[in-house]
Structure formats: structure tokens, C-alpha cells
Design a protein around this ligand. Structure first.
Ligand SMILES: Cc1cc2nc3c(=O)[nH]c(=O)nc-3n(C[C@H](O)[C@H](O)[C@H](O)COP(=O)(O)OP(=O)(O)OC[C@H]3O[C@@H](n4cnc5c(N)ncnc54)[C@H](O)[C@@H]3O)c2cc1C
Length: 489
């Protein structure tokens, strides 16, 4: 039961607060840190033993439209340009099938630049604007921001931002409770109003020993992500990819969508995301840019099957899934390693990957073939064709590699496979992120944000813009925090 009817007057409330935030990830921390600046009591309940959620393990790219960093560099951008960039991603068929919510998209885009400014100026997050060599998918201008890291390798690229948000929230007196799942929305049985949430501490204890914490709140934000870690729900929504492995945090079991269904809220189209690719067998996440930069991918027959230079990762993953065994072999060389090691955007994450040592490093095509059990003659033919194509010869497989150059030893290679990282079907919201019922009416004091609310892609798998998810989570949290907090100014 994800929604419980209660008689508020008969309950012994453990906590009474102005605003409870369910989920201490990107969206929840942003909302809490924002509302905490006002005279507003805020409680964050986080299921995991630490805050951060998926925002912490993300690659850390955050798009922001008309941000101060863009303006400093003379880059002109606008919410309309952002919306148009999303529209151009839709295919002829998907335009008819998926209805992008222009109001929500332009609202989030409009507030995203201000959110970047707030993160830098008030939260103290050290962000920079990517203006380097790697082209960021889907953007007409540079609008991808990312956290600056201290020297050294870092596997959790979003952590500097979630840490800064967490600290700001604590400084502002927000009560952040970890190991504190909240899986029930409380509704006044007489009025139907949302009156709080129930949180069960110690979820692994036998039920009768669980302590049920009743939190009364005037405003509730559902910021507890989607349902990728809930295999049953995922298989129900996406049977076609249900056998793929999942990569990500374990807490996103779809509590928000369950609450929404029981409450009769309006839901978005379901959307899943594969990401990566991931190395086999280690399961290390490789950035999509590594593929696009000049690598090639072959299948078990040592043949190329896709243009590596022009692939949003969703499309790349589907190509790989279609190959024998659902795997491929990623091959690149020293020039790509140097490129990634020297580029500010990639050097920390790539340094971490190199330290994990998932790549076979080989000095000849023969050794490369042996390393993966591939046919040497076919592989040699593929690499020769790729290198000829760099010099202008026609290539059977298009070779839109971003930095075409002769692939030459030493070769770096690894077996790869796609894994899924996201499953969401968000709650429909208005521009203040207040949730909508099936009949379109709004519940004033119940909000949803990040992956718990409707996606800007409206479920269309063709629409992908790098950094859009974190932009959405952080900006929507900021919008909700302002809206709730300003009622206590
Ligand atoms: C490998 C990878 C790389 C990525 N890179 C990028 C990137 O570079 N740019 C980008 O824009 N996006 C990226 N993303 C996506 C992005 O990380 C997420 O979309 C974003 O973090 C979603 O924010 P959120 O606040 O909705 O969820 P989260 O940040 O996951 O926060 C949700 C929180 O809710 C908690 N929770 C769940 N259920 C409950 C409950 N019942 N009670 C209490 N707490 C609960 C969870 O533990 C979690 O802490 C990446 C994702 C992955 C997996």
C-alpha cells in the first residue's frame, strides 16, 4: 500500500514540518537547499545510507540555458532554442506518437541558467562550461556545464555538486535523514488532502519490528527517481529489454510511480535508457564520447556494423544488442587515449577507467585478434578499410568518427555490452511541478521532480540531449524549493 488514508487528529506525529522531501538525490537536495534559505522547516528522507542518489554517480554534465558562464563567453542561447533542439531530435514517426510538453520544457530551460548561477554563487559548486573538443550530443551551442575536480581521478563525477548541495542544506538547518525510506503517502480520509508521509526505518528488519515514522508536512516533494531497480516493474513496462543487466543505484524501486497510480495521478509515457557501453566482464561504464571520438566497434565476426561517429548512445546500444551475443568489441588507440587524457571534460573519468585496467593493450592486429578470439584476417581487413577511409576512400560502413585518424598500434580494446540505467514513467506536472490528477486538476501541496516527474523527452527515445537529466533534476528541485520556501518568506 503506497497511499494510506488517515485521520490526522488521531495520529501521534513523530515530526511536523513545513516541507518533506522524499529522496536526497539531485532533485531532492536542490529543493531542500533552496527552501532552507527561507523560514521554512525542511525534512529530507533518504532511503539509502547516504545522500546523492544517481546524481552522484552521474558523469556530471549539466545543461544550462543562458547561464552566466555562457554569457561570459558570448554564447547566445534561449529556452526556445533549447526546445527547438529537442524537436529536431524527433523522427517523422515519433512526432506523431510523442507530445513534447513545450510549456514544461521552456520553463525548465528558462530556469536552468539561473539554477547554474545559484549552484555556483550560493551553493558553492565549482562548475565550468564545456567548450572543448568533444561535441555534446544534441546542442546547437555550448551549454553543458560540469563540476571541476581536484587533481586526481574520480569515479563519481556528480559528487562535487551533490556534496555542495548537501552541505548547503545542512548549513540552512535542513533535517536530512538517511537510511530512511518513505514509501507511503498519507491522505486525510475526510478531505483527501495530502498530509504527510510514512517512513519505515530499518527496512530489512522483520515487519513487526519496523518502526513506522509518521511525518506530517504541509508540502511534499516526490524526488525519489524512477523504477530501474525494480525488476518486476521494469519487465512489465519494457519486456523487450528486460533481460539486460541493470547498472545503477538500488533504491530507485518506483515508489513515486506506485503512489501516483494509487492516487490516480496522470502519468507520462514510460521511458528506459541504456547507457555506456559497459566493459565485459568488469561492468565499467565507458563514456559515449570514447566511442564517437574515433574508436570502432566490431562484432563476434570481427565486422563493423555501425557508424561510431554519429551515435546517440541509445541508438548505439540497440545496434549492439542486435549483434550475436548482444556484445561488441571496442577498439581504439594511443591517439584517443592521449585525447581523453588531455581534455578537461574527460581526463578525470578516463583516468579512473584506465586505473581499473579493463583494456587489452596489444601491439599488432594479430595480438588484438587473439586477445578477443576474433578472426585476424577479417579484423585486418576492417582496420585497413577504416584507415583507407580516413584518406578519402569509400568505406562500406560510414565512418563519421569525430577525430578520424589512422588506427595504429598500440591498440586498446575491450568487449562491451549495453546495460540499462534508467526506467521512468513520471508524474505529469504543471510549471511549478505540482502534480496533476487524471482529470487534469492539480494537487497544490504535492510536487514531483527529477525522474519522478514527466520527462522532457515525453517518452520519445529518439530525443537525447547530453546533460538534460541533471539539468531537469536540479532545476525542478530549485523551482519547487522556491515555490514552497517563498510561502514562508
Ligand atoms: C552512469 C550514469 C551517468 C549519468 N550521467 C549523466 C550526466 O552526465 N548528465 C545528466 O544530465 N544525467 C546523467 N545521468 C542521469 C542522472 O544521474 C539522473 O537522471 C538524475 O540523477 C536523476 O535525479 P533524481 O533526483 O530524479 O534521482 P536521484 O539523483 O537518483 O535521487 C533520488 C533519490 O531518492 C532516493 N529514494 C528512492 N526511493 C526512496 C524512498 N521511497 N524514500 C526515500 N528516498 C528514496 C534514492 O536513494 C536517491 O537518493 C546519468 C545516469 C547514470 C546512471
Amino acid at each position: 500500500m503506497f497511499v494510506r488514508s488517515v485521520e490526522p487528529g488521531l495520529i501521534t506525529w513523530e515530526t511536523e514540518t513545513d516541507f518533506v522531501v522524499v529522496g536526497g538525490g539531485g532533485c531532492g537536495l536542490s529543493a531542500a537547499a533552496t527552501a532552507g534559505a527561507y523560514d521554512c522547516d525542511v525534512v529530507v528522507v533518504e532511503k539509502a545510507d547516504s545522500v546523492g542518489g544517481k546524481a552522484e554517480v552521474a558523469t556530471g554534465q549539466i545543461c544550462g540555458v543562458d547561464s552566466p558562464l555562457q554569457r561570459e563567453k558570448g554564447i547566445e542561447d534561449s529556452p526556445q532554442a533549447f526546445y527547438d533542439d529537442l524537436l529536431t531530435q524527433q523522427t517523422e514517426e515519433s512526432v506523431d506518437q510523442y507530445d513534447l510538453n513545450e510549456t514544461l520544457i521552456t520553463t525548465v530551460a528558462d530556469r536552468s541558467g539561473e539554477t547554474i548561477e545559484w549552484l555556483i554563487e550560493e551553493v558553492g559548486a565549482d562548475l565550468t562550461l564545456h567548450t572543448g573538443r568533444f561535441e555534446m550530443s544534441g546542442h546547437r551551442v555550448y551549454r553543458t556545464h560540469y563540476p571541476v575536480h581536484e587533481d586526481g581521478v574520480i569515479p563519481r563525477a556528480g559528487k562535487p555538486v551533490t556534496d555542495a548541495l548537501h552541505e548547503t542544506a545542512l548549513d540552512r538547518g535542513v533535517d536530512v535523514r538517511t537510511g530512511f525510506p518513505s514509501d507511503q503517502l498519507l491522505v486525510d480520509e475526510r478531505t483527501g488532502d495530502i498530509v504527510g508521509v510514512a517512513s519505515k526505518e530499518n527496512p530489512t528488519a522483520v515487519p513487526r519490528r519496523q518502526e513506522v515514522h509518521m511525518i506530517r508536512a504541509d508540502h511534499v516533494l516526490l524526488a525519489c527517481d524512477g523504477f530501474a531497480a525494480n525488476q518486476e516493474l521494469f519487465a512489465d513496462r519494457f519486456p523487450e529489454v528486460a533481460t539486460l543487466d541493470y547498472w545503477g543505484t538500488r533504491e530507485n524501486t518506483g515508489d513515486a510511480i506506485r503512489m501516483a497510480e494509487e492516487l490516480g495521478l496522470r502519468l507520462d509515457e514510460p521511458l528506459f535508457d541504456m547507457h555506456g557501453p559497459f566493459t565485459v566482464p568488469e561492468g565499467i561504464y565507458l563514456p559515449n564520447e570514447l566511442v564517437k571520438a574515433g574508436s570502432i566497434i566490431v562484432n563476434e565476426s570481427a565486422e563493423r556494423f555501425m557508424d561510431c561517429g554519429d551515435v546517440p548512445y541509445r541508438v548505439m546500444d540497440i545496434h549492439i544488442v542486435e549483434q550475436e551475443g548482444g556484445v561488441g568489441y571496442l577498439i581504439f588507440d594511443q591517439e584517443i587515449v592521449d585525447l581523453f587524457t588531455n581534455e578537461e571534460l574527460t581526463r578525470h573519468q578516463f583516468g579512473y577507467i584506465l586505473e581499473e585496467d579493463p583494456f587489452a593493450v596489444t601491439e599488432s592486429i594479430a595480438d588484438l585478434a587473439v586477445a578477443h578470439g576474433l578472426d585476424e584476417a577479417t579484423l585486418a581487413g576492417v582496420i585497413e578499410a577504416v584507415n583507407r577511409a580516413v584518406n578519402g576512400d569509400p568505406d562500406e560502413v560510414p565512418h563519421g568518427r569525430a577525430y578520424p585518424h589512422d588506427l595504429s598500434p598500440p591498440f586498446y580494446s575491450t568487449k562491451i555490452k549495453p546495460m540499462y540505467v534508467k526506467g521512468r514513467q513520471g508524474i505529469k506536472v504543471n510549471e511549478r511541478m505540482q502534480v496533476r490528477r487524471e482529470d487534469g486538476t492539480v494537487i497544490d501541496n504535492l510536487y514531483a521532480g527529477g525522474n519522478a516527474s514527466e520527462s522532457l523527452e515525453a517518452g520519445d527515445p529518439h530525443v537525447y540531449i547530453a546533460g538534460m537529466d541533471l539539468m531537469t533534476a536540479l532545476t525542478e528541485g530549485h523551482i519547487v524549493g522556491e515555490h514552497v520556501g517563498s510561502q514562508y518568506a
